[in-house]
Design a protein. Sequence first.
Length: 222
Amino acid sequence: MRNAIVIGATGLVGQQLLADLAQHSDYERIYSLSRRPPETVFARVEPLLLADFTQLPEMIASLPLSGADAFSCLGTTLRQAGSREAFKAIDYGYNLAFAQACLSKGCQHLLLLSAAGADHHSRIFYSRVKGELEVAVRQLGFARLSIFQPSLLLGQHADFRPGESIARSLFGVIKPLVPAHWPYRPIEAPRVAAAMRVIALRQAVSDAKVAVYSNQSMLRLG
């Protein structure tokens, strides 16, 4: 048995992932790293509260993570962050610092929640930051790296996001007309979490160190 660590465990995908992992006996201990406590207490899950994410390396340095799986689900919005600089500090900076610290402690597999359209050359700021993060973690040298690129996530965020709320409502109306495996079909957060758990527990099917899972592939997996 091995350990796992999840950052962003109180987010839409992160909290579902934590519940999903806790239901399986494959992990001896699951560390949940977030600013606030998870809504639900699970056996084998150890919540780690960190008010200042600049202290990520120090927190992770104290954990037994040799051979562990690291799940990076931390994310925000421009509206929440307040500025482009703050958004990049969270979505790029903290996720990268988490990955670097986990690698230094011996984590073998990084599973990164990114986004459909992630491209470090994109003119869209959000997509460009996501793409830059993907490029950066590829260069770290994990034994195994899995990148997940969901489309619009369906589920109830803890914070109100008007744009996403409108999009979810519209999709609810047109859902019967949308092909089940349309590449940009909105995807339920539990499906993304399930895909991340399935891939984490699945043996690598090739010698390739990096695998990218599109929205379409997660629709099939979930």
